[in-house]
Design a protein around this ligand. Sequence first.
Ligand SMILES: NC(=O)C1=CN([C@@H]2O[C@H](COP(=O)(O)OP(=O)(O)OC[C@H]3O[C@@H](n4cnc5c(N)ncnc54)[C@H](O)[C@@H]3O)[C@@H](O)[C@H]2O)C=CC1
Ligand SMILES: CC(C)CC(=O)C(=O)O
Ligand SMILES: [Mg+2]
Length: 355
Amino acid sequence: MKALIAVLPGDGIGPEVVGQGTRLLRAVAERFGHSFELTEAPMGGVAIDLTASPLPPETLALCQRSEAVLLGAVGGPKWDPPAKVRPEQGLLELRKALGLYANLRPVAPFPALYDASSLKPEVLRGVDLLVVRELTGGIYFGEKRRDETQAFDACVYTVEEVVRVVRAAATLARTRRKRLTSVDKANVLETSRLWRAVTERVVREEFPDVELKHLLVDACAMHLIKRPADFDVIVTENMFGDILTDEAAMLSGSIGMLPSASLGANRRGLYEPIHGSAPDIAGRGVANPYGTLLSVAMLLRHSLGLEKEARAVEAAVATSIEAGTLPADLAPPGTRPAGTEEIGTAVLAHLGAHR
Ligand SMILES: NC(=O)C1=CN([C@@H]2O[C@H](COP(=O)(O)OP(=O)(O)OC[C@H]3O[C@@H](n4cnc5c(N)ncnc54)[C@H](O)[C@@H]3O)[C@@H](O)[C@H]2O)C=CC1
Ligand SMILES: CC(C)CC(=O)C(=O)O
Ligand SMILES: [Mg+2]
């Protein structure tokens, strides 16, 4: 198949991990007989430096005409306040402009990495959960104001915004263990009371075969590390999903392991690891690229419909991890960690074996 893929490396370790992602996409195209046209564009801090805008119109237009977007990460101290324009605004605008309201963040720790996690192996055994985070509403997109004495961030959710993300999550739950946990703060927030009522109605009327439970977000943070194997699909609002998935990443051993897919009404999707630009390790060639490589698998599956290729990538990643090719954030003490590029090379080598 032919596909146009936009590539937005971004800032910090973004270009390092995305570099391995594009190598992998080219290798998949070559080995499976596809034609992927990869076009790079600036987004985030690098775009502010070039154009004064974190999401230049040309970058947005490229993403809009592409089948999929592969992104690294944006942000860094260079663009922190007092800078007026922030790289993160570009990412929020891009998600909104592409209508990507459902952010899928799977958490399925590799057994070979149980010892790298701060949790006990017996807690991690059997963990296979999917967080569906609402991505284009809530407090990240509400009106913001600030004066000398106070600041204000509005959190707004409409019924329609909740309906569509809950439908997406329940549809995914149907393909899994049919268990959906909706996470909110309905004991305090009005938006959460709306969220809970709408979720109840949508699941009862449209997904009677899916078991629905509700959890308050603070309790969910606890249950996620106490009994993570009990969860199947979690659906939650934008900010709660952002925070809970950084926490859930610790089940997998490192934040560098988790991929994501951001989807909307059509097949076009944005694929990115869940981590940020990691300025503390940028430029050293040591960043963990596995989250990005697994995001490539999600891109192949969700936007291009290439299931066989997606599985081949996931199998190559699993083989590389089982073979002990581990970056500094995962390598056991006393072992030599593999660099970012070395990991990319190992995964390409294993891809041949998993055709
Ligand atoms: N989607 C995006 O583009 C995101 C951007 N950010 C931005 O990134 C910048 C840094 O934010 P932080 O809070 O430090 O979060 P971060 O996720 O960039 O880093 C947190 C910690 O995890 C480590 N880490 C992250 N990814 C890693 C990887 N692939 N391999 C090895 N170690 C990794 C970092 O070295 C750091 O110690 C900020 O400007 C923030 O706004 C943060 C989250 C998401
Ligand atoms: C706008 C982003 C920086 C928010 C974030 O942390 C994420 O999407 O994971
Ligand atoms: Mg985050």
